[in-house]
Design a protein around this ligand. Structure first.
Ligand code: SF4
Length: 99
């Protein structure tokens, strides 16, 4: 008898919901992770957020894209850039809470 392969066994037991959530969380190259995605709330940004695309070639069209969208002009936002944006947003939120 052949031994079961653990990964294959787990996949067959996944519900449809688990599979669909996994496909969302494992997306790469989408607008949410792109440097041109102008999220108004970097602390809570997620795939369902909508924001303007600020890419110089697309900006004139005033595109409103979601975090799940993508295009061939995608440019990866580094983790350091994400951390910096979130730190700035956090400082602004703290400043607003004090005033
Ligand atoms: S539409 Fe293209 S350039 Fe604009 S944010 Fe999305 S991936 Fe980036």
């Amino acid at each position: 008898m052949q031994k079961p392969i653990p990964g294959l066994l787990m996949e067959s037991n996944e519900s449809d919901l688990q599979r669909s959530l996994k496909s969302i969380s494992w997306q790469h190259g989408n607008c949410l992770a792109c440097i041109w995605f102008s999220s108004a709330d970097p602390l809570n940004a997620d795939l369902l957020d909508r924001a303007r695309c600020l890419h110089p070639k697309l900006k004139p069209f005033e595109l409103l894209v979601s975090g799940r969208d993508w295009c061939s002009l995608y440019q990866e936002r580094s983790q350091k850039q994400i951390d910096n944006r979130q730190e700035m947003a956090l400082k602004e939120a703290e400043k607003a809470a004090k005033s």
